[in-house]
Write a protein that binds this ligand. Structure first.
Ligand code: HEM
Length: 448
């Protein structure tokens, strides 16, 4: 068998023969244009990797339940995508070595080609879950799909690629929201008969804490030297914030009762995960949320940095693709948000010390029991809010092949230790669904 070489594996010769530009002849390509081509090609390669990682993460989260041991893999994929995007953003520095005049020397030959026709960027948006209704119009007839057609409206490989991706549902946003919807909130499952009331109780207590924080802030402001009008304006602003938080958490904007319930539960799950992240079984799910935020932030920064680079190189003229150029790009950076709930929740989170205690923090601790004790495993102590220790938080003994039915018995504090909980719980996608379906223990102290 022929031995592998660097060039045969990396395909160096093939790669280096791809910079021929419009005529396919590198001799006719200036240094500036070679730079322009190479930087775009490098981006497309990064996009390829981002897509692979996003699809992997999406596929993990489309499972029900999400296997616990794979949750860290999903976080790794999301974080790798963010790192790539951040790295890619720095390549715009290289592009900016192209002056306006340098670019104008070959720009006209590129019309009507445009980065707008980057199929992989569209694929990334689709895998993430960007809603087509939110797209900023390019400023010419037809959708972004029309722009992917070849001369004379013929289909192109890029169009076929995007169409395949459109058919490949669900998106990362959809699977994440399904998973959030299934999250047990303070011990209550979406499928439990009393779940609506439990979620409402959780949200009302949280909103009480949120309003309390606003009051405390106003009280602090009162003592400062402000005019009565200023104080009143500030009070109104805080009151509006409190009202907005309530309307958001109860998903009042959603007219359909079923969808409102779903949205409310997703938002409540986010508040729950973010607020009580010290509970052992919430720590990985909360990492997932953080990794998604990091990813979307990196993507927004990609858009913003691209727009600033474009402004520097071509000013505010019309783009080769026919859009309003920088104005169009700025609008996409401003408007394209996929994980809106994740961002919105950040506006209303409160300090840890202000959080209301949970009814069932013990259900979110790693469960073990006799076996753990026999093997001298350590209790790692309180994991709830600082004012209230989570009971029964013990190092988990989990067997990877344990079934959901045998986990069920482990929900009660002190239940048999042979039950695997740690690994099953947070995966459940309603992580720990199986576990938590057992009747809750005697009600612990509540804020009521
Ligand atoms: C001198 C360099 C560049 C200029 C002047 C430029 C300019 C523009 C303009 C004006 C648009 C808006 C669409 C249009 O009317 O054409 C656009 C879109 C786009 N460009 Fe660039 N670009 C440059 C480099 C790059 C690079 C290096 C990439 C790397 C991938 C890139 C990727 C994109 C993408 C993906 C879009 C579509 C954005 C969207 O629709 O959301 N561009 N570019």
């Amino acid at each position: 068998m022929k031995g592998v070489t660097y060039w045969s594996y990396i395909k160096t010769e093939e790669l280096l023969s791809l910079q021929g530009g419009v005529d396919g002849d590198e001799a006719k390509v200036s240094d500036d244009e070679a730079l322009f081509i190479v930087v775009h090609q490098v981006y497309e390669l990064w996009f390829k990797l981002v897509l692979r990682e996003l699809v992997s993460a999406r596929d993990l989260f489309r499972r029900d339940p999400v296997p616990d041991h794979l949750m860290a893999s999903a976080v790794r994929s999301l974080r790798r995508s963010s790192t790539i995007l951040r790295q890619a953003v720095s390549h715009f520095d290289v592009m900016e070595t192209l002056t306006t005049r340098d670019f104008l020397a070959f720009r006209d030959r590129l019309v009507p080609a445009s980065g707008f026709q980057s199929a992989q960027l569209r694929e990334i948006e689709i895998v993430l879950g960007l809603d087509d209704r939110e797209r900023v119009p390019l400023g010419r007839e037809g959708s972004y799909l029309e722009a992917l057609k070849d001369d004379g409206g013929r289909p192109s490989p890029s169009l076929a690629r995007v169409e395949r991706r459109l058919a490949d549902r669900p998106s990362l946003r959809e699977v994440l929201e399904d998973w959030l919807f299934r999250t047990p909130i303070d011990g209550s499952h979406a499928t439990d008969p009393g779940d609506d009331a439990a979620v409402e109780r959780f949200l009302s207590r949280f909103l009480g804490a949120h309003a309390g924080e606003a009051d405390a802030r106003i009280a602090r402001v009162d003592v400062q030297a402000m005019t009565a009008d200023d104080v009143e304006r500030l009070e109104q602003r805080y009151a509006a914030e409190v009202e907005k938080a309530r309307a958001f958490l109860f998903a009042e904007e959603q007219p359909d009762p079923q969808l409102r319930r779903r949205e409310r539960r997703v938002r409540a799950a986010l508040v729950f995960l973010e607020s009580y992240r010290e509970l052992p079984l919430l720590s990985w799910p909360r990492e997932v949320i953080d990794a998604v935020i990091e990813l979307e932030q990196a993507f927004v920064m990609f858009r913003q940095r691209h727009a600033r680079m474009v402004e520097r190189v071509i000013g505010r003229r019309t783009g080769t693709g026919g859009s309003a150029g920088v104005d169009y790009l700025d609008q996409t950076a401003q408007r394209y948000r996929v994980f809106r709930n994740l961002w919105a929740v950040r506006t209303l989170l409160v300090r840890e010390a202000a959080l209301p205690p949970l009814d069932h923090p013990e259900l979110y601790g790693f469960v073990a029991g006799a076996l753990a004790r026999r093997h001298g495993r350590m209790r790692f102590g309180s994991t709830g809010s600082p004012r209230r220790a989570a009971s029964n938080v013990i190092v988990a003994l989990s067997s990877p092949d344990s079934t959901s039915s045998n986990r069920r018995g482990a929900t009660r504090p002190g239940a048999s230790s042979s039950v695997s909980l740690a690994t099953s719980f947070f995966s459940c996608s309603s992580f720990g669904a199986a576990v938590m379906r057992a009747p809750p223990p005697t009600r612990a102290a509540s804020s009521e």
